[in-house]
Design a protein around this ligand. Structure first.
Ligand SMILES: C[S@@+](CC[C@H](N)C(=O)[O-])C[C@H]1O[C@@H](n2cnc3c(N)ncnc32)[C@H](O)[C@@H]1O
Length: 254
């Protein structure tokens, strides 16, 4: 059995009452992940004019796959409005595509929320060759071009911040105070773990921690950072594993 929730016609959820288990809401994970993969949500989302407008900004600017953009779409449209307000921080913006996608949606669904896109804009820093699979300098982009594209698109809620995360994240997070979603898309072991660790004290209860590349064939460093920091050290359980890892932090209680 399925039903419609939140007055949005394309979301399908189980009839059972949603309950928390091990700090996350498995039903929400099923609704999004299985909905996209098995229940036709992808086609329904693709037909939404607001998704199309946001995806047009990401076109040619993002290497984030369409199903992952759709999952971010659901988080921003349906799930973030249900938790305490907070800003969105992206670790790894490259040409700005996924950040612009989120900013376009947030303008409509999350008034007052800013999106911060952090990147060197000179590509990946040095990898740990014992676990990472990509070379330094991969994904180099152009800060001035990316910033100007966001301005042309009218995304006043989006700021790009140039530099290594170690140098930029502390002041961005202090400015934010409250963070509701982090999109960690930086491929390598050390930056992935750093992005998660530095953000933790700023996350609102049940905030969303989304990893783009921890399930990518070329990013075992990102996978190991999730295994070590979130699963083994912090004892977290994933709310969603497909099309990308989604965790809740601090874990949900009750
Ligand atoms: C896969 S790309 C991001 C893709 C992007 N989200 C999109 O929409 O296509 C990864 C980015 O992470 C950035 N990055 C990785 N480690 C970083 C670090 N320690 N500090 C700043 N940027 C970093 C790289 O410069 C690169 O642009």
């Amino acid at each position: 059995m399925s039903t419609v929730i939140n007055d949005v016609p394309f979301v399908v959820t189980h009839e059972s009452v949603a309950t928390y288990r091990n700090g996350r809401n498995p039903r929400d994970g099923y609704d999004r992940g299985a909905g996209l993969k098995y229940r036709g949500l992808a086609q329904k989302i693709a037909a939404q004019p607001d998704f199309q407008a946001a995806a047009a900004l990401a076109h040619d600017r993002s290497i984030v796959s369409p199903d992952r953009l759709m999952n971010l779409y659901m988080l921003i449209r349906l799930y973030l409005p249900r938790i305490a307000p907070g800003h969105i921080v992206e670790y790894g913006s490259f040409k700005g595509g996924s950040a612009m996608f989120m900013a376009k949606l947030a303008q409509h669904y999350l008034p007052g929320v800013n999106i911060y896109g952090l990147d060197t804009f000179q590509g990946l820093p040095a990898p740990d060759n014992s676990i990472d699979g990509l070379p330094p300098g991969e994904f180099a982009s152009n800060y001035d071009e990316v910033t100007s594209a966001a301005k042309v698109a009218g995304l006043e809620n989006l700021q790009f911040i140039r530099g290594l995360f170690h140098d930029t994240a502390p002041s961005v997070l202090t400015l934010c105070k409250n963070v509701a979603l982090i999109h960690i898309d930086c491929d390598l072991y050390e930056p992935v773990q750093y992005a998660y660790d530095i953000s933790k004290p700023f996350m609102v209860p049940g905030g969303y921690v989304v990893f783009d590349d921890a399930t990518e064939a070329s990013c075992l460093g990102a996978t190991e950072a999730v295994e070590n920091a979130l699963i083994q050290r912090d004892g977290l359980h994933a709310e969603q594993i497909d099309p990308h890892f989604v965790f809740r932090y601090p874990p949900l209680k009750g």
